[in-house]
Ligand binder design. Structure first.
Ligand code: MF3
Ligand code: CO
Ligand code: CO
Length: 259
């Protein structure tokens, strides 16, 4: 299998799905407060996605995932399952939204800090966002996909943070996870990664840890990924289109438009 190049009509649909996914993150912000449970956040997002946006929440029943969104708190790296745990002051939480509209996926996530942020919380959330943006800024036709991981890896390292290796970004379109695999670290090997072409769509979604890059998956639920050393982890995600001259962020939020 090779990397799909989206046709103009498909790109139009990707733009719509991306915008809708970003609107869920804009909507949920005001609910992310001390005392709310991640299950309640899931219910609010589910109802908004289905009833207000007329979309399908892609995670629900995806390979058996039981909820409509992923909520990853503190040392949870990704794929946290919404549940009855209440958010506490100082928690950091990634909310990851994927919606399907007219057969096309939009996938995006951001970090929220609950209550008064600690120095560590602020740092890891900021570094992770900078890693994602640095990666995005590399995107243009003709470069190797591996450039993204190279810049993210060196930047994270310069901030004494590490990049998770076990999970990658991914091509996206009519399929949730398709080729290419977008690696966010620098493996130091000869770069044999694909060359970018206009019309490719993929996510950039680095998971950045304050401690070691090593992660473990819960044996209890089969989903929740946490840092092995229990250090804080943060992640941001956008769905990106390769354009003739560079890139377009299909999941851009209003708060990001002038930054
Ligand atoms: N949205 C996640 C991603 O960025 C995937 C979640 S799959 C699920 O690729 F099953 F955990 F929901
Ligand atoms: Co993704
Ligand atoms: Co996602």
């Amino acid at each position: 299998m090779s990397i799909s190049i989206k046709k103009p009509e498909q790109i139009t649909k990707m733009r719509v799905a991306g915008k809708l996914a970003s609107s869920v993150l804009e909507m949920i912000g005001e609910y992310v407060k001390v005392g709310i449970t991640t299950e309640e956040l899931d219910k609010i997002c589910h109802s908004f996605i289905v009833n207000d946006l007329d979309c399908i929440p892609a995670p629900l029943n995806y390979n058996g995932f039981p909820k409509s969104i992923c909520t990853s708190v503190n040392s949870v790296v990704c794929h946290g399952i919404p549940g009855d745990k209440k958010l506490k002051k100082g928690d950091i939480i990634n909310i990851d939204i994927t919606v399907i509209r007219d057969g096309f996926h939009g996938d995006t996530s951001k970090m929220f800090i609950v209550g008064k942020p600690s120095v560590k919380a602020t740092k890891i959330c900021q570094v992770a966002q900078e890693c994602m943006m640095l990666g995005i800024k590399q995107v243009k036709p003709g470069i190797h996909l591996g450039e993204i991981g190279k810049v993210i890896g060196s930047y994270a390292h310069s901030k004494n943070c590490s990049v998770v290796r076990d999970y990658c970004g991914h091509g996206i379109g009519e399929v949730f996870h398709e080729l290419p695999q977008v690696i966010h670290y620098n493996d130091g090997k000869i770069d044999r990664s694909p060359i970018l072409e206009p019309g490719m769509t993929f996510t950039i979604e680095p998971m950045i840890n304050l401690g070691s890059y090593e992660v473990i998956t819960s044996r209890l639920d089969g989903w929740t990924v946490t840092t092995k050393d229990r250090s804080l982890s943060a992640q941001w995600e956008h769905t990106i289109l390769v354009t003739e001259n560079g890139y377009e962020i299909l999941t851009l939020r209003e708060e990001e438009e002038n930054s």
